[in-house]
Write a protein that binds this ligand. Structure first.
Ligand SMILES: CCCCC/C=C/CC(=O)SCCNC(=O)CCNC(=O)[C@H](O)C(C)(C)COP(=O)(O)OP(=O)(O)OC[C@H]1O[C@@H](n2cnc3c(N)ncnc32)[C@H](O)[C@@H]1OP(=O)(O)O
Length: 394
């Protein structure tokens, strides 16, 4: 009954705002307009530039970009048609499928032409430094750059407050694995726009597979366990640059970072009980250790929201900076850290983390298993429906 209710609510909401979460595929800034055909390089660069669009080009254009991108990279659509309630993926599928057997080269050219026609609205977002797009190839939800010995992974869904959708979970894991092997000394996670992250994207709960909600919950728990495992095992110093409010899993994970620098605009909120859920990110273990069991209970059980100053006083945040000088001060410091001998830093982290690793993996497994059950509860489903039907916000 709860699921039927959920599906009905979702159908209602989606009919009103059906395509709002279609993400941008990737496009290019410096188009080679003299070439007869768009080169692969033109195409790849363009993919990065779409992420920098300040203005939303509208769902119709986004669907066109999406379909041309898929056709150019994968050829004709041969994916199974999404289910009737999966309106967003169905719209994407329809757009791609409508391109029929259009050759890949033509799709690539059309893609570049379309971007060219959008060029007047291509502007950089304020927090994205000039030139950084050149290294963030292939990600739809992240900006990943590497310079001065620092790999920066920037959550890049600012219009959704950097909520973590399924694609972003996968891309973060991919980016962390790549960063663990690249030649940078330290890795930084931060957010684009006014939020660090609003936590799990609540629309993740809506795309129900053929196996039903049980399968959905099981898959979610598997993904979450793997995702948190990447943070437990990450071998280099991992630093969070918390540029604004942080919610849910983006807060709990902070207990697995090696340092956390926060703007004084940031807040830290884990409203799990309000959402019918339970702690993840190993926070049921790390938070009581970091801030005392009673303070952890206030956050994880009662959903108390902390200011940056409070989070710092309780040990979750390393240092707080005024928002006006936050980026400048933090990056100056990080660049100095990145000059330290990388092997020494890695080994020192290893010796600290190794004492806890087994325990952390066990906690992660238990938290995911408990959450799997929570996601099937009426309490959780009602909370998701209330958010999606605009009845509640945090
Ligand atoms: C594999 C699965 C793993 C699961 C792991 C579990 C993790 C647990 C958690 O992370 S719990 C935390 C979940 N997060 C929330 O409950 C936050 C929900 N969002 C809000 O309450 C508010 O959006 C806000 C307080 C973060 C910001 O409010 P504000 O009024 O400033 O902005 P809007 O609400 O208008 O937001 C702008 C658009 O962004 C969408 N959005 C924001 N956060 C989320 C989110 N978490 N999930 C989905 N969508 C989100 C919001 O809907 C707006 O979209 P729209 O412009 O299309 O309307």
């Amino acid at each position: 009954v709860a699921m039927a209710h959920l599906a009905w609510r979702l159908a209602q909401r989606w009919c009103q705002s059906s395509l709002q979460v279609i993400s941008f595929p990737v496009v290019q800034l410096h188009l080679n307009r003299t070439a007869m055909r768009a080169s692969q390089k033109d195409f790849e660069n363009a993919m990065n530039q779409v992420k920098l669009l300040k203005k939303d080009p509208g769902n119709e254009v986004k669907l066109k970009l999406y379909s041309l991108y898929k056709q150019a990279t994968e050829g004709p659509c041969n994916m199974p048609k999404p289910g009737v309630f999966d309106l967003i993926n169905k719209a994407k599928w329809d757009a791609w499928n409508a391109l029929g057997s259009l050759p890949k080269e033509t799709a690539r050219q059309n893609y570049v032409d379309l971007v060219s026609s959008l060029s007047s609205s291509l502007e950089s977002s304020s927090q994205v430094e000039p030139g950084t797009d050149r290294k963030s190839t292939g990600y739809e939800t992240l900006m990943v750059t590497s310079e001065d010995g620092i790999t920066k992974i920037m959550l890049n869904r600012p219009t959704k407050k950097n909520a973590l959708n399924v694609e972003m979970y996968h891309e973060i894991m991919h980016a962390l694995k790549a960063a663990s092997k690249d030649d940078s000394a330290i890795t930084v996670l931060t957010g684009n726009g006014d939020y660090y992250s609003s936590g799990n994207d609540l629309t993740n709960f809506t795309d129900i597979p053929p196996g039903g909600v049980e399968e959905k919950a099981k898959n979610g728990a598997i993904l979450l366990r793997e995702f948190v495992g990447c943070f437990i095992d990450f071998p280099k110093p991992l630093i969070a640059v918390v540029n604004g409010p942080a919610v849910g899993i983006s807060v709990t994970l902070l207990g697995l970072f090696d340092a956390v620098y926060a703007s004084d605009r940031a807040t830290f909120h884990t409203p799990f009980s309000h959402l019918g859920q339970s702690p993840e990110g190993c926070s049921s273990y790390t938070f009581p250790k970091i801030m005392s069991p009673a303070k952890a209970t206030e956050m994880l059980v009662f959903g108390k929201k902390l200011t940056a100053g409070e989070a710092c006083a309780q040990g979750l945040v390393t240092e707080v900076f005024p928002d006006s000088t936050f980026q400048k001060e933090v990056w100056t410091r990080l660049k100095a850290f990145a000059k330290l001998p990388p092997n020494a830093m890695r080994i020192s982290k290893e010796i600290i983390r190794n004492r806890e690793k087994e325990k952390l993996h066990a906690v992660n497994a238990e938290e995911c298993s408990v959450l799997q059950g929570r996601w099937l509860s009426d309490e959780c489903m009602n909370a998701v429906v209330n958010f999606l039907s605009r009845k509640s916000k945090l």
